[in-house]
Design a protein around this ligand. Structure first.
Ligand SMILES: Nc1ncnc2c1ncn2[C@@H]1O[C@H](COP(=O)(O)OP(=O)(O)OP(=O)(O)O)[C@@H](O)[C@H]1O
Length: 511
C-alpha cells in the first residue's frame, strides 16, 4: 500500500456476530476512508445496528478485526479509548435528561476530584462554541429538541478526540429544516477531516450527503461503491436482491362497510382543540378513505393524532366514531370505540419487549394493563404467522421475543397489533419511520387496505411517501389548518404548505 494514503477512519473485516441461532453478521467488512461520508444501507434486520455496536465496542464480535486509523481497536471495556476513536449519535438519546447540557458534556470525565461547576459551565460554553453549536449549557438536556440534542452529542464526541462519527438514522425525528441544518454541520465537519458512517432508510439522503455506499443484505456484505456510480434502482436491487417493483401487499378480507354516522363519516372531529398545540379543527373521514394530517415538527399534527387516539385530552371539541362521541383522553375508550393506533415512538409506547412477536401482535393497550394467560393459543400464533408473512417481518418465528428483532421489524409488529383488532379507523403516526424501502410500500399498502375493506385511516406524517397514499391531506402549520388538498397535489405545494406557505410558495395576499 502507498505510504501517502492516510489510514482509514475505520477498517473492519471478517466480522461475525451470532445471537443464539441467528447470524446477525456473517463475515462482513467495511472501510471508511479518512474524511469520507460513507452510507450503510440495508433492509430491516440486515445487520446494520449490530455492526454499529461492534464498531463502538458495545458488542464483541465472535470473529474478525476492527482497526481505527490503522491501529487495532481498544480492548473491550476500555470505554475512554473507544470514545477517543468513535462515537455514535443514535436516534434514541444517550444524554441524561435531568442533567444540564454542561454536565452531560463532561459526564464520566472526572477523576475523583471535586467538580468546579463554574469552570465546567465555561468549558462547556467554549466547547459548544468551538463546534458552532448554539445551545445554552445550563439548560436541562431533557428540554432540548432532538436536533439540539444531536448537535450536543456530536460536539461531545468530537471533544473526546474522535474523528469518526456514526449516525444511526439521525434524521428519523427531524423535519426538513432540521435535516438541512444537520447536513450543513456534517459537511462542515467533513471539511475539517471528520469521517462519517451514515445509516438511513431514506435513500435520497444517502445521495445528498454521502460519497460512498455499502449495502448489507441478510447479514452479508453485498457491495461497496461510489454513490455517484450507483443509480437508485441498482441500490434497491442490491438491498433486496430482486429487481425493483412488485411488492406483495396486504390483502385485507372484504367486509361490509363500517358503520358511519348519518352524514357518512366513520371518524369526525368537531371543533377539536388542544391548548398550546392546535386550534379548533373540524374534519370527517368516510368509509374507504385515508386522510393525511401533514405538518412539520411543531405544526400540531402529531398532537392532533395523539388526541384522536386518547393519548391527550382535548381542551375543546370532541371526537366521534360512527356518530358516537368518544370519551376524551382515554386510550382504552378510543380502542373500544374502534380507533386503532400506531404510535410514533415504538420504543416507549409500542411494545412489551420481553414478550413474543405473537403476543405483541395480538396485545392491546388494555390487555397490557391486566394479567394474561401464559399459554399461546393456536389462533394467536396463526394470526401472528399471517402478519409475519404479509408484513415480511424478519424473525425466527412467532415465539421470538420482540426485543430480539431489529428496530424496523419491531415497528411492523406494532402495526400488526393495531390491525389485530380490525379497527374501524386506524390512526398511524409516522408509520414508516425506521422501515426499509421495500417494507415501506408493504406497510402503506396495509394502511390503504384498511380503507379499501370499508373502514377508514388517518396518517399523521411529514413524509411525502406516507401522504401519497391518502385520498385527502390536511396540512397544519403552527397549530392551524393552513391548506387542504384533494388527490393530485404536487410535492412542491404540500411541502410549501408544511413550511407555512399555503399558496405553493407564491407570495400570499396581505391581510
Ligand atoms: N440481542 C439479539 N438477540 C437475538 N437476535 C438479535 C439481537 N440483536 C439483533 N438480532 C438479530 O440480528 C439481525 C440483525 O439485526 P440488526 O438490528 O443489526 O438489523 P438492522 O439492519 O439494524 O435493522 P433495522 O433497519 O430494522 O434497524 C436481526 O435478524 C435481529 O433479529
Amino acid at each position: 500500500m502507498g505510504e501517502a494514503v492516510p489510514p482509514s477512519a475505520v477498517h473492519a473485516e471478517g466480522i461475525v456476530k451470532r445471537f443464539g441461532a441467528t447470524v446477525a453478521l456473517d463475515r462482513v467488512g467495511i472501510t471508511v476512508a479518512a474524511g469520507d461520508s460513507h452510507a450503510l444501507v440495508g433492509r430491516n434486520g440486515a445487520g446494520k445496528s449490530t455492526l454499529v455496536s461492534v464498531l463502538t465496542g458495545l458488542q464483541h464480535p465472535d470473529a474478525g478485526q476492527v482497526r481505527f486509523q490503522g491501529e487495532p481497536a481498544p480492548a473491550a471495556g476500555d470505554t475512554a479509548a473507544w470514545q477517543a476513536r468513535v462515537a455514535c449519535v443514535y436516534q434514541k438519546s444517550m444524554v441524561v435528561p435531568h442533567l444540564t447540557v454542561a454536565e452531560n458534556l463532561f459526564l464520566n470525565r472526572f477523576g475523583g476530584g471535586r467538580i468546579r461547576w463554574s469552570a465546567l459551565r465555561a468549558r462547556a460554553r467554549d466547547l459548544l462554541g468551538e463546534y458552532g453549536v448554539d445551545v445554552d449549557p445550563n439548560v436541562r438536556a431533557g428540554d432540548l429538541t432532538v436536533e439540539q440534542r444531536q448537535f450536543v452529542e456530536i460536539a461531545r464526541a468530537l471533544s473526546f478526540g474522535a474523528r469518526f462519527i456514526i449516525l444511526d438514522e439521525p434524521t428519523a425525528q427531524l423535519d426538513a429544516a432540521g435535516i438541512d441544518r444537520l447536513f450543513t454541520k456534517l459537511r462542515e465537519l467533513q471539511r475539517q477531516g471528520v469521517a462519517f458512517l451514515f445509516i438511513s432508510h431514506h435513500l435520497q439522503e444517502v445521495y445528498d450527503l454521502c460519497s460512498t455506499v455499502t449495502v448489507y443484505r441478510d447479514a452479508r456484505h453485498v457491495l461497496t461503491a461510489p454513490v455517484a456510480e450507483l443509480g437508485k434502482d441498482a441500490l434497491v436491487e442490491a438491498m433486496t436482491g430482486e429487481a425493483p417493483g412488485g411488492t406483495a401487499g396486504w390483502h385485507a378480507k372484504a367486509k361490509a362497510a363500517t358503520a358511519a354516522d348519518e352524514d357518512g363519516a366513520v371518524l369526525r372531529a368537531e371543533g377539536l382543540a388542544l391548548a398550546d398545540a392546535f386550534e379548533p379543527v373540524d374534519f370527517a373521514v368516510r368509509p374507504g378513505e385515508v386522510l393525511g394530517l401533514a405538518g412539520a415538527t411543531a405544526s400540531g399534527n402529531t398532537a392532533l393524532g395523539e388526541t384522536l387516539v386518547g393519548l391527550r385530552r382535548a381542551t375543546a371539541g370532541r371526537t366521534l366514531v360512527g356518530g358516537r362521541p368518544v370519551k376524551p383522553g382515554s386510550v382504552p375508550h378510543a380502542l373500544g370505540a374502534g380507533i386503532g393506533y400506531v404510535p410514533e415512538d415504538r420504543h416507549r409506547q409500542g411494545l412489551v419487549l420481553n414478550r413474543s412477536v405473537a403476543e405483541n401482535a395480538t396485545l392491546t393497550v388494555t390487555d397490557q394493563l391486566g394479567p394474561y394467560g401464559t399459554v399461546l393459543p393456536g389462533r394467536t400464533r396463526e394470526f401472528a404467522q399471517r402478519m409475519i408473512n404479509s408484513l415480511d417481518i424478519k424473525t425466527s418465528g412467532p415465539s421470538q421475543p420482540v426485543s430480539d428483532l431489529s428496530g424496523g421489524n419491531q415497528q411492523k409488529v406494532v402495526i400488526a397489533r393495531a390491525l389485530a383488532r380490525e379497527p374501524r379507523v386506524l390512526v398511524a403516526i409516522r408509520p414508516t419511520a425506521g422501515v426499509d424501502v421495500k417494507s415501506k410500500d408493504a406497510l402503506l399498502g396495509v394502511v390503504r387496505g384498511v380503507a379499501d375493506r370499508g373502514d377508514a385511516a388517518v396518517i399523521v406524517s411529514d413524509e411525502l411517501d406516507d401522504l401519497r397514499v391518502c385520498d385527502r391531506v390536511i396540512a397544519l402549520f403552527h397549530g392551524q389548518v393552513i391548506a387542504e388538498f384533494g388527490s393530485g397535489w404536487s410535492d412542491r405545494d404540500l411541502v410549501s404548505a408544511m413550511e407555512g406557505l399555503p399558496d405553493g410558495g407564491h407570495e400570499g395576499t396581505e391581510e
